[in-house]
Design a protein around this ligand. Structure first.
Ligand code: GDP
Length: 377
């Protein structure tokens, strides 16, 4: 289905207006301004044609990878609000490659000051020397303005490379980028590297890891998932953002790409079926609700089980068929898990609104961002 042309406004599995919106649980009518105050910012940088707009469109706007061939090159800054009602709240600022951080007209203090992560995209299919030079300038500037910023490097378009070349490029880019930073006196700055492509799930996985670093409640979520899986005979569980399919948390066992792909595919199936058969009347836009769940048995004895956590989050569990015999226990544990997640949200909202009130009245903010973790445990 076409992103631009569909007369019904459908984007892949989603009606166009099924997108990120304000958090409904606030119920105080002031949620959007409240969220804006707290929204961490992700800055997307890289040379022209490195793939920045494509990444943004594919991950957050459901564009199919082939449609990115027709994307116009960015000539102005694009600010994209990912205003999810759950824990995923941030803005992506996509800068055209030609805007220079060192340009005096560029208000780097304001832009970099409130920024949580800098994602630098390098086209691995091209000669990357210029990109590395720009990476060094960008990270140096960003770090000087905001020493808390997380620097992430996407070695992008790796779909065109064979495995050996991929690993060689990663090693080479890693080596040269860290050497460049050391030369600039920034050997203590940590760069994280991710091999990515819009043609597979690697871009979703990489973005998941970036977003997780910006969620202060992330350790609490991981803990809750650990408790859930160990008490339910589950092998792997992902807390998926319904709109983008990035996982905002998983249990602490290692992630293998195949399990994550299975989880994403299941999410797609549920959304497709819900949109086709779940609509009671034409005006209904959100067919993913607290009755949404799905069970898929694979022919290798694996069970995939999906449950709705809230309007924007789903839990996907992967387990052995024999461990699914006591489904009642799993369902009970899931309800406890959902209740705990709701409490995490409520606590976060309370912390945010008291922080906002304090700021409005001019009192310093005494509530740390990660308050949900400490109080929850
Ligand atoms: P921007 O100028 O950095 O925003 O770059 P665009 O997003 O416009 O992408 C430039 C070109 O790279 C487009 O033709 C995309 O289809 C292509 N592209 C983006 N991501 C990938 C990828 O992962 N693999 C491949 N092979 N091509 C990609």
């Amino acid at each position: 289905m076409s992103y631009q042309d569909d007369p019904n406004g459908y984007v892949g599995s989603f009606p166009k207006d099924f997108t990120y919106g304000p958090f409904e649980q606030n119920g105080d009518g002031d949620s959007s301004s409240l969220q804006d105050d707290h929204k961490p910012r992700i800055l997307l940088r890289g040379l022209r044609r490195s793939g920045k707009s494509s990444i943004q469109k594919v991950v957050f706007h459901k564009m199919s990878p082939n449609e990115t061939w027709f994307l116009e090159s960015t000539n102005q800054m694009v600010k994209d609000d990912i205003n999810n009602s759950s824990l995923v709240q941030f803005q992506i600022w996509d800068f055209p490659g030609q805007i220079d951080f060192l340009d005096p007209t560029f208000d780097s203090d304001t832009i970099l000051g409130g920024c949580g992560a800098l994602v630098f995209v390098i086209d691995a299919q091209d000669d990357y020397q210029d990109a590395l030079d720009k990476l060094q300038l960008t990270v140096t500037k960003a770090y000087r303005v905001n020493s808390n910023i997380k620097s992430e490097v996407f070695i992008h378009k790796v779909d065109g490379l064979n495995d050996d070349y991929k690993m060689d490029s990663q090693g080479d880019i890693h080596h040269r980028a860290t050497d460049d930073l050391a030369e600039a006196g920034l050997h203590h700055v940590h760069l994280s590297f991710h091999l990515t492509s819009i043609y597979d799930h690697s871009i979703f996985e990489a973005f998941s890891k970036v977003v997780q670093k910006l969620i202060p409640q992330w350790p609490t979520l991981e803990n809750l998932l650990n408790i859930l899986i160990s008490n339910s005979g589950i092998e792997k569980a992902f807390l998926l953002d319904v709109v983008s399919r990035i996982y905002i948390a998983t249990d602490s066992s290692p992630v293998d790409m195949q399990s994550y792909e299975l989880g994403c595919d299941m999410m797609d199936v549920v959304m497709d079926i819900s949109c086709i058969y779940g609509m009671v009347d034409e005006t209904e836009t959100n067919t993913f609700n607290n009755e949404s769940s799905s069970l898929i048995k694979l022919n290798n004895g694996t069970v995939l089980y999906l449950r709705e956590v809230n309007k924007f989050l789903a839990l996907v569990c992967i387990l052995r068929e024999e461990n699914f015999q006591k489904q009642g226990v799993i369902d009970y544990n899931f309800l406890c898990f959902r209740h705990a997640i709701t409490q995490v949200f409520e606590l976060r909202n309370k912390c945010q609104s008291s922080g906002t009130d304090r700021r409005r009245s001019g009192t310093p903010d005494a509530v740390p961002n990660g308050a949900a973790d400490s109080t929850e445990s």
